[in-house]
Design a binder for this molecule. Structure first.
Ligand SMILES: CC(C)(COP(=O)(O)OP(=O)(O)OC[C@H]1O[C@@H](n2cnc3c(N)ncnc32)[C@H](O)[C@@H]1OP(=O)(O)O)[C@@H](O)C(=O)NCCC(=O)NCCS
Length: 454
């Protein structure tokens, strides 16, 4: 008895690639063109704005629709138009290709974004149809993973599973930020970052990425985009500052995020050079960040009364100045989709072998058959090396060694949950004694704070 392909693991038909695609009732799915830039900016600003037209979303749309955008551009944007209504755009999504790393090993990722359908055209399968095409294109670009940050539950319907932390962090109320005493010199200050600072700052970004099991490679073009290459109205533009001493020696950098929630100014990146005490720096940095937050809030006609260090579950600053943090907000989750698990596991073999070598299972030989109920994977070990990773099909009464309902195994692979946590949450997660030991070694829980290309 062989498994039928699961509906959430798409079998690409030529139709998914063939564009334009007739969806019936005069609806046409096609790649965007440069002429769609302004209509799509208006569409996204209207559909993706919470309760008003969102100028920031419109500006960002113009940016990613630009022919000169290094990663997206019109050809990576899908639109559905209604040919019976003046060919107006009624649904759209874009794909932002990028490279992420897993314990340092790079892999291609397709990030769907700006997903929206006109209210009058919802629940007619337009997003589902666009995903078929987008997933096929992303796979053709060599992406092993698709990752999306999005509304609750919805993307599970398209083969995605929550498998990485998203956001989360701790806040410092403005009221607890110390004022400098009269006449006391400020030992460190913030100054705007420019492209000339990139040689100093890029290694610091990598230092932060190295703390994260899964991290995003930040290309040079994206640094320039967030430094001001994108439209000033876009929320993708970061408020980047260099932290320097009173004599102008740079010791770190910090990135403010313009999109505010909970009356807090989010800080998305914070790094100091090796050997620099964060505890020494922060009393001067906090008032500088507060001032930035107040200025940005005033510009947006918003109110703000706290800094939110949106740096995930773990960050050195949380240990450096614990007495400042008043509140912890747990992360939401990245939805990840891995259509070809075998390909992903093969890519990270060096990490898996290294993990094995460092434990009591060093030199292990044997095999493990992982049953995801809709697909299976077999990994063969020979004296500590992984010699085979291949699809495996449950035949008759042959059991696997461990089972995971779709697609919870991704939570284990991406260090999001431990095997014990998964077993506690899902009665249909199981593992034999040996498989449990092996899986704990291969996939330890490790936190990630991924800062994507957007
Ligand atoms: C969420 C949204 C994009 C869905 O678009 P859509 O074109 O209606 O989606 P589809 O018709 O392709 O729906 C696909 C499936 O999801 C279901 N679905 C649609 N909207 C849903 C919702 N809000 N919650 C849960 N399921 C939903 C559909 O019933 C359909 O299931 P089926 O294929 O089994 O019948 C659309 O409602 C929207 O634009 N909302 C406002 C903007 C937004 O929230 N965008 C997402 C930002 S991350």
């Amino acid at each position: 008895m062989s498994l039928k392909p699961h509906t959430l693991i798409e079998q690409f038909s030529p139709i998914a690639f063939a564009l334009p695609r007739d969806l019936g009732d005069g609806l046409l799915l096609r790649p965007a063109t440069r002429d769609d830039a302004e209509p799509l900016a208006q569409f996204n600003g209207r559909i993706l704005g919470r309760d008003h037209f969102d100028e920031h979303v419109a500006a960002w749309t113009r940016d990613f629709m630009s022919l000169s955008h290094p990663a997206v551009g019109p050809s990576n944007v899908l639109v559905v138009v209604d040919t019976n209504a003046g060919a107006k755009i009624v649904s759209s999504m874009c794909l932002i290709p990028q490279t992420w790393t897993y314990a340092g090993i790079p892999f291609g990722v397709g990030r769907p974004e700006a997903v929206g359908t006109d209210p009058e055209y919802r629940r007619r399968g337009l997003v589902r149809a666009m995903f078929e095409t987008l997933h096929a294109r992303s796979a053709a670009m060599g992406h092993l993973v698709q990752g999306i940050t999005g509304i609750l539950w919805f993307y599970r319907q398209f083969g995605y599973e929550y498998a990485l932390d998203l956001g989360g962090g701790r806040s410092v109320p403005f009221s607890s930020i110390p004022r400098l005493k009269e006449g006391e010199p400020e030992r460190y200050h913030l100054r705007p970052m420019t492209v000339d600072d990139l040689a100093f700052v890029q290694p610091l970004y990598q230092q932060g990425a190295a703390r994260s099991l899964v991290a995003c490679v930040r290309p040079d073009w994206y640094w320039r985009a967030i430094l001001g290459g994108y439209s000033p109205e876009s929320f993708e533009v970061r408020l980047l500052r260099v932290i320097e001493t009173e004599v102008g020696r740079p010791v770190g950098y910090v990135a403010g995020i313009r999109e505010m929630g909970y009356r807090a100014f989010p800080i998305g990146e914070l790094e100091v050079v090796n050997g620099q005490s964060l505890r020494a720096v922060m009393p001067s940095v906090l008032p500088g960040l507060k001032e930035m937050g107040e200025m940005e809030a005033a510009a947006q006609k918003n109110e703000v009364n706290a800094l939110f260090f949106m740096l995930g579950r773990e960050h050195p600053v949380f240990d450096a100045i614990p007495e400042y943090f008043a509140r912890t907000r747990p992360p939401y989750g990245w939805y990840l989709r891995v259509p070809d698990l075998v390909a992903l596991l093969r890519r990270i073999i060096p990490v898996l072998e290294e993990r094995l070598a460092k434990t009591a299972l060093a030199g292990h030989s044997g095999e493990i058959k992982i049953d995801e109920y809709v697909r299976g994977t077999r990994i063969i070990f020979d004296r500590g090396k992984i010699t085979t990773v291949e699809p495996w099909e449950k035949a008759g009464s042959t059991e696997g060694n461990a089972g995971f309902p779709p697609f919870t195994f991704l939570q284990l692979v991406f260090g999001f949950r431990s095997l014990a946590e998964l077993r506690a949450s899902f009665p249909d997660v199981w593992a034999s004694d040996e498989a449990a030991v092996l899986l704990d070694v291969l996939f330890p829980r490790r936190s990630s704070n991924l800062i994507p290309v957007g």
